[in-house]
Design a protein around this ligand. Sequence first.
Ligand code: AMP
Ligand code: GLY
Length: 427
Amino acid sequence: MNILILGSGGREHALAWKIMQSPDCNKLFIAPGNAGTAQCGTNIEFSVNDFEAQKIFCLQEQIDMLVVGPEEPLVNGIYDFYSKDEALKKIMVIGPSSHGAQLEGSKDFSKKFMQRYQIPTATYASFDESNFDEGLSYLQTHSLPVVLKADGLAAGKGVVICQTTQEACEVFTEMIRHKQFGNASKKVVVEQFLDGVEVSVFVLTNGHQYKIIGHAKDYKQIGEGNKGANTGGMGCVSPVPFMDSLFFNKIQSRIIGPTIKGLQEEAITYHGFIFFGLINVQGEPFVIEYNCRMGDPETEVVMPLLKNDLVTLFCNMHENKLDEVAVEYDERACATVVAVSGGYPGAYEKNKEIQGLPSNIDKQSIIFHAGTQSDSAGRILTNGGRVLAVTSYGESLYSAAKKSTDLLSGIHFDGIYFRKDIGFEFF
Ligand code: AMP
Ligand code: GLY
């Protein structure tokens, strides 16, 4: 099969690394990709949202399968664009319809969906300009901390946890009246704060059958000890020690099962990943959020631990044969540590040369690229906030994470920073 992956992060490098191992993968393209994906296939220069450019390319290269990395094209209707086009509809698209992508694209949609199927989640109310004053009154009596979420996509920045009522009212006003996140914050979800440990579970589904392909815990804050500003993710570990069979059974029976049932009952077209962002509150799982794609850097541990051929799994999903598949996982522990540009998640510089990238490493580690590009002289330069995600296997989470930090200690670019404590609470 000829396969096109859309996206340019560590997630897409991990997907490309996995897909290229499949005997069913003939030509592999990544658009726009990064210096790492260029080692797995051919990078193509077009934007993930330029559906017309993709169409020309897909027909020219006889693409059979399209794997969509980020959420934006999904929310923008890429699945629907392909399925409605006579020439493109035979291409297997891995990703939900725009309706399905609303699970991530609208917090209000996802909260209502969870309510309809009694899926455990924080209590909430939604507000916009039409009931703005009611929202301010609602905040006056809400317990603290209180969580405010922009309804739409806000590049991972749309959630604010407010410690005081005054702060909550200010953020609420900023979001709705001053369009802090543009149209994404026209509507705001006000939510109860849940106190617990977060974990993410990844499912591949065709809207009625599903398979869990992995789980992970990510570390969102920039500083060690989970301090400082939120980022896209500074590292991940898997498996997570508290994910025992009891907790997994609760997640499946109370959350994943009812979610798939909801998709089916509402005839929502979904052929892709669901990322269940969960929180463990004293042994009980609650949904913090749904995403309609894989996570980054979660993919950088989920793919290395997944033993199945991913292309076969995608085909099984499309052929309604997921129930016949047994998913197998590597039994080792796995950790990924993300190296970022100095200043991230604030302003940072690009085009710093990355030195010390080993050309040959043992099979215990994999260097996934995120924000990287190569120049005409073949040098590899930084090209984003998150630059590399170094994944390692180990006998324990500690030894896996240590292998990654040791490897990163030998890699250098101006301003490089990474956390040395990924997985710390499980050591
Ligand atoms: P999201 O953009 O929905 O992933 O939210 C970003 C982060 O905010 C989550 O990963 C949590 O750490 C935190 N968060 C969101 N909702 C809640 C909640 N109801 N209670 C506690 N923390 C939350
Ligand atoms: N690491 C969180 C995300 O991909 O949304």
